[in-house]
Design a protein around this ligand. Structure first.
Ligand SMILES: Nc1ncnc2c1ncn2[C@@H]1O[C@H](COP(=O)(O)OP(=O)(O)OP(=O)(O)O)[C@@H](O)[C@H]1O
Length: 592
């Protein structure tokens, strides 16, 4: 109940107004049997009853109108509460700390915004209405019944208490089953996303059956929890109905006997019976609402858990910043790392004291064996994570002194995934700068050697690119991501070169782009191609989280055995021959 109350924060005016309207409506409803009794008793004694009848009609109409408005207000409140929760969840998920993001499955998070809030909406808009109106009407009916006949009321109360006992004993089970069901629904969403996200892999490995069985298990688990909830709810409903019908019968029999033997008023009995019937609906709706609330609380728990997940602060708490030698802004490199240490998990260091700098408008290539920590370095520069020790400096200023926004507006990232979202080519390019002019877009299209792609696509820049960029080749997607990065005018571009072989056209395009980039910004590139390292102003060799050598290609060939090994072909590969795409290595974008 307290949770339900907290949920309505910000909507209390509407709730109060709706409650008042419901109260008025209920009062109008409760007055009807009273008036009916008057009409019957007057009619019985031959008195005038037409005014009473007209009043009865007016009460009926009044109840209908106030009831409708009150219900609408409560339903709107329900929608408003859910809208607030959804905004909160979406805002939280998009700002989740990276560690937290990797810990959760996105399908499960999605289901909290969709399935869980939908269930909770029913609770707020339906259960809240039912509970409020039910309690008020039932309380009024009970009070009036007590006034008419306390003995009969006692009998009714006893049977209702019995039903209440049964209901309470079932509530905990219903809640637990509901938490389980919502969890299973979340798992269905997560597993389905896993399978659809890698559909080409699933198909090639003929794993459709296996994936379907895996998701099927989750569906069955949701089914079992749903059936368990239904079973408990099924026990609950007849218990309530029996109690209500039983009390009705008791009133009818005992009241009827008393009309016969003690000469009690027939009007009293009719009014009492009407009140008893007024008790039936609200009481069963109160019990139903309580059951629904228990189910909704399962969803509520999952939503609250999600809302409490740690998110990135807009400006991280100030950490003690190690003294940094003063550098004038003009001399300061775009990016510098000073003795950076980092571990994803305590005790398993990934970076162990990395230091190097990327001067303005220079290209620095990062090379090293797989697992050396190159991508991790990118994540630290993008401030997805904060270093455990050491400092990242942007333009000579420690990152900890800057907000995340300030740091990120200086950089652009093109990673291996080269994310492309569903939408037009223009939307994809202008993703980081939605207000960019046509001229600016044309400039980066040229820079990223995308003119040919724009010409080829039906509709040019307005062509719709399928989900995950399905209609573009891997190399083309990489260049779309490059154009997007360049459009934001970064001081530093972080580029993770494709590890897979590009066809000759894409390979040449990438080399060309890299040459032109020097005029645009500084570049830190995770290099996988010999041509990139040959043209780099400086190469940093990273091994097991440490920088083991830095210099130019020719120097490192002499000075660094690791680099020699990398350059000898184990890690760095020569450019594709210029004569055309390789026949033996078809480029299927869906396999990247
Ligand atoms: N999110 C993560 N959580 C825990 N460990 C991680 C995470 N990401 C990477 N690692 C680990 O950190 C180490 C460095 O990984 P990283 O991806 O930075 O290497 P890399 O040099 O980029 O490798 P590659 O060239 O193969 O991409 C690896 O041992 C990896 O298993």
């Amino acid at each position: 109940m307290a949770a339900l109350y907290r949920l309505t924060a910000g909507h209390r005016d509407a709730v109060v107004l709706a409650t008042v309207l419901t109260l008025v409506g209920s009062a109008l409803g409760l007055a009807q049997p009273w008036l009916a009794r008057e009409v019957i008793d007057r009619g019985g004694t031959g008195g005038p009853y037409w005014t009473g009848l007209l009043l009865l009609a007016a009460l009926f109409l009044g109840e209908a109108v106030t009831g409708a408005v009150g219900r609408f207000l409560l339903e709107r409140t329900g929608e408003g509460v859910i809208r607030g929760l959804r905004h909160g969840l979406v805002g939280r998920f998009l700002r989740l700390e990276m560690r937290e993001f990797h810990r959760h499955r996105s399908g499960d998070l999605t289901s909290r915004v969709t399935a869980d809030t939908t269930l909770l909406r029913e609770v707020v808009s339906q259960a809240l209405v039912d509970l409020l109106t039910g309690v008020l009407v039932a309380a009024g009916a009970i009070a009036l019944m007590g006034w008419i006949d306390p003995l009969l009321l006692l009998l009714v109360t006893l049977t209702v208490l019995l039903a209440a006992g049964v209901v309470t004993s079932l509530l905990r089970g219903i809640r637990a089953a509901s938490v389980q069901m919502q969890g299973a629904v979340g798992a269905v969403a997560a597993d389905l996303e896993r399978a659809l996200g890698a559909l080409p892999m699933v198909r090639v490995h003929q794993a459709e059956e296996r994936e379907a069985a895996r998701i099927g298990e989750r569906i069955d688990s949701a089914y079992r929890s749903g059936v368990r909830t239904a079973r408990l709810a099924a026990v609950m409903s007849p218990a309530v109905e029996l109690a209500v019908q039983g009390s009705f019968l008791l009133v009818l029999v005992i009241g009827g006997l008393r009309v016969h033997s003690d000469g009690a008023s027939l009007g009293d009995l009719v009014a009492f019976l009407l009140y008893a019937s007024y008790l039936v609906l609200p009481l069963s709706s109160v019990f139903r609402a309580i059951g629904l609330i228990q189910r909704g609380m399962g969803a509520h728990e999952r939503i609250q858990q999600a809302l409490a997940l740690p998110a990135e602060p807009a400006s991280p708490p100030a950490r003690p910043v190690p003294a940094v030698p003063a550098v004038t802004a003009r001399d300061a490199p775009v990016l510098a790392l000073r003795d950076v240490h980092f571990a994803y998990r305590p005790g398993l260091p990934v970076l162990r004291g990395v230091s190097f700098a990327v001067p303005d408008h220079q290209q620095v290539a990062l090379v090293g064996p797989s697992g050396a920590g190159k991508s991790t370095l990118f994540s630290l520069v993008a401030r997805f994570y904060e270093p455990d020790e050491g400092t990242v400096l942007f333009g000579g200023r420690p990152a900890a002194e800057l907000t995340l926004g300030e740091c990120r507006s200086r950089i652009a990232v093109v990673d291996q995934n080269a994310h492309v979202v569903h939408g037009t080519l223009r939307d994809n390019i202008a993703y980081g700068a939605p207000g960019a002019s046509d001229a600016e877009i044309r400039r980066v299209v040229e820079l990223a050697r995308l003119e040919e792609v724009v010409r080829r696509l039906d509709g040019g820049l307005s062509a719709v690119i399928g989900e995950r960029g399905g209609t573009l080749s891997g190399g083309e997607r990489q260049r779309v991501a490059l154009a997007r990065a360049l459009l934001t005018g970064p001081a530093l571009l972080l580029l993770d070169e494709p590890t897979s072989h590009l066809d000759a056209v894409n390979e040449a395009a990438l080399t060309g782009v890299l040459k032109d980039l020097a005029a645009e910004c500084a570049v830190l590139v995770i290099a996988h191609r010999l041509s990139t390292v040959q043209h780099a102003d400086r190469i940093v060799v990273l091994e097991q989280g440490r920088v083991t050598a830095t210099g130019r290609h020719e120097d490192l060939l002499l000075a660094s055995p690791t680099y020699r090994r990398l350059a000898a072909g184990q890690m760095l590969r020569p450019a594709a021959p210029a004569e055309g795409p390789r026949a033996t290595e078809p480029q299927d974008p869906s396999f990247d």
